[in-house]
Design a protein around this ligand. Structure first.
Ligand code: ATP
Ligand code: MG
Length: 472
């Protein structure tokens, strides 16, 4: 972080008029005492032209969705190879916040975080038959000893072997809800739409181990409810639909679909009851709801999460057992639960942004506030120090916004130009110290970008507003 911070200028040049009401320590802020995050030091390629974005990807035909275009244009991602992206600093901040929200929700239901190797030995996959079943999607490699591996596309085998290695598990310890947030690798036939369908992407995958089928069903509901809360907190209105079990297997499965035209999935929703199902699972001749016979409507969606009830499909292969109430060895009843972490990030941008401007779920915004001081040499330049003082006061009075506040110190640019950039990057709050900051008392222009409100607030008003901002 050190490199992004700059030292505070001494405020000795401040005219007495603007020092009125400021605590004395701000009149002569000791250099180096206080540091500020400044935009000029960010590794943040900005505002690429359409043709530059196209040449970045090198596959113009595939550049077809809003989130991909925007994320490339404003410097959130940079292509590395087909379906693989560098995540640039703003995206990493958003992703880390998303992971924090996920951690909160998973740990609230008893989830314990683990981290398993991406390099996954072939014998695990041969044991379940998936070494062949997964076909070309599995990225395979061989080490110097001639041993085969794949780069993990999912981790049912690995986690079940891990739990099976614990020989003294008792029913009293169950359920175990083990999860991780790691990179997954799938040689997708058509990686596209940026982070929505990559070949290397982040997934949260949870695996649960229960002592009985009934208990496992309860765990299944618990995790689904946690997913519901997670998406609610992000403002993403997902539909939980019945789904196909695919190559993962098991007996019951649901997808969390975010209804959007760009989505590659099709699902049917009943107009009168809560029935909904992925079209893959439905009898295609069926126009009416199998539950209540009312008409079904078809919608496109982005699959952001997927849950499976696995039973003993994997525990029986690896012999993942525990001692039951009668003192006998018994196979664990399993579930697995995925969330597409990088996909959720892109899907949220897809959902909230306009064609030209990124918008984030409030909790995920990489920085909550951007503060824009006046242009150097302009009529309002005298408000520069007020802006800097406001920056320092926010960091002091609103502790949850520490590290969330950027100063757009590119004062060779007009306020208008910097506002354009701020609008594109979607900081929830943009504060301008312009003409009205010279009034007594100073008035700051506050743009609440998610609601499009523009407010003029005193310093106290700004602090009051920002103290109510929710952060992860
Ligand atoms: P899809 O049908 O979209 O290919 P899937 O059903 O194969 O996904 P799962 O095995 O259920 O995927 O993986 C769990 C979650 O990981 C998915 O719900 C999705 O959100 C995410 N995911 C899967 N594949 C990708 C990918 N190629 N890029 C980004 N996220 C992905
Ligand atoms: Mg799926």
């Amino acid at each position: 972080m050190e490199g992004l911070l700059t030292r505070c200028r001494p405020l000795a040049t401040r005219s007495p008029q603007f020092c009125q009401g400021l605590p004395p320590r701000y009149h002569h802020c000791a250099p180096g005492k206080r540091k500020r995050l400044v935009l000029s030091r960010m590794f943040q390629p900005q505002n690429l032209r359409e043709d530059q974005v196209l040449s970045l990807e090198g596959r113009s035909g595939e550049l077809t969705c809003k989130s991909q275009q925007l994320m490339l244009r404003v410097g959130l991602i940079h292509p590395a190879s087909p379906g693989c992206y560098h995540l640039l600093p703003y995206s990493v901040r958003a992703l880390e916040k998303l992971v924090q929200v996920i951690d909160q929700e998973m740990q609230a239901i008893g989830g314990q975080k683990v981290n398993m190797p991406s390099l996954s030995p072939a014998e695990l996959w041969r044991a379940t038959g998936r070494w062949n079943l997964m076909g070309k999607e599995l990225l395979r490699l061989r080490d110097r000893h001639g041993k085969d591996y794949c780069l993990g596309p999912t981790h049912e085998e690995a986690i079940t072997a891990l739990v099976a290695s614990q020989k003294t598990l008792s029913y009293k310890q169950l359920p175990f809800l083990l999860y991780q947030v790691t990179r997954k690798f799938r040689d997708e036939p058509r990686p596209r739409f940026g982070l929505l369908r990559g070949r290397e992407f982040y997934m949260k995958d949870m695996y649960t181990f229960d002592a009985s089928a009934d208990a496992a069903r309860e765990t299944y509901s618990l995790v689904c409810e946690a997913y519901g809360r997670l998406f609610d907190r992000l403002g993403l209105h997902c539909v939980k639909v019945q789904a196909d079990v695919g190559s993962i297997g098991g007996t019951m499965s649901h997808e969390f679909q975010l209804p959007m035209a760009v989505g590659e999935d099709r699902f049917a929703m009943c107009s009168s009851c809560s029935f909904s199902a992925n079209m893959e699972t439905l009898d295609l001749s069926q126009n009416n709801c199998p539950a209540c016979q009312e008409p079904l409507t078809e919608t496109r969606g982005i699959e952001v999460g997927h849950t499976f009830y696995l039973g003993t499909k994997y525990s029986s292969v690896f012999n993942a057992r525990f001692t039951n109430e009668r003192g006998e060895p018994s196979l664990a009843e399993m579930g697995c639960y995925g969330l597409g972490v990088t996909r959720i990030l892109a899907a949220a941008i897809e959902m909230f942004s306009t064609e030209d401007c990124v918008r984030w779920p409030g909790l995920l915004a990489p920085y909550q506030v951007c503060l824009v001081p006046p242009k150097k040499g302009s009529k309002e330049a005298a408000a520069t120090e007020l802006a800097e003082f406001l920056y320092d006061q926010i960091t002091e009075a609103v502790p949850q916004l520490r590290g969330e506040l950027l100063l757009d110190d590119r004062t060779h640019l007009t306020i208008g130009n910097r506002l354009k950039d701020a609008n594109m990057l979607g900081y929830p709050f943009v504060i301008v110290a312009g003409k009205r900051a010279l009034e007594d008392p100073a008035q700051f222009e506050v743009r609440c970008q998610n609601t499009e409100e523009v407010l003029f607030l005193s310093r106290e008003g700004v602090l009051d507003l920002l103290s109510r901002v929710q952060v992860v």
